[in-house]
Write a protein that binds this ligand. Structure first.
Ligand code: ZN
Ligand code: ZN
Length: 67
């Protein structure tokens, strides 16, 4: 099973998972959307990381986790 970003549907980048429903998104897409893209899920945090993140992505995750 290939994991895709639920927001932009690209596959080839580190993804983070919604803390509530597990939906995968890019840190940058998550920041752009403001919350989980899954309908009915209003989890504001995405904490679980599937792969080691690039430095820019780590900064994005830290930014997200401030909420
Ligand atoms: Zn994306
Ligand atoms: Zn969610």
């Amino acid at each position: 099973m290939t994991l895709r970003c639920a927001y932009c549907h690209a596959e080839d980048a580190p993804l983070i998972a919604c803390a509530a429903c597990g939906t995968r998104v890019h840190p940058a897409c998550r920041a752009a959307h403001g919350r989980c893209p899954t309908l009915g899920c209003h989890e504001p945090r995405c904490a679980r990381v599937d792969r080691p993140l690039a430095p820019w992505a780590r900064r994005a995750v830290r930014w997200l986790l401030r909420y």
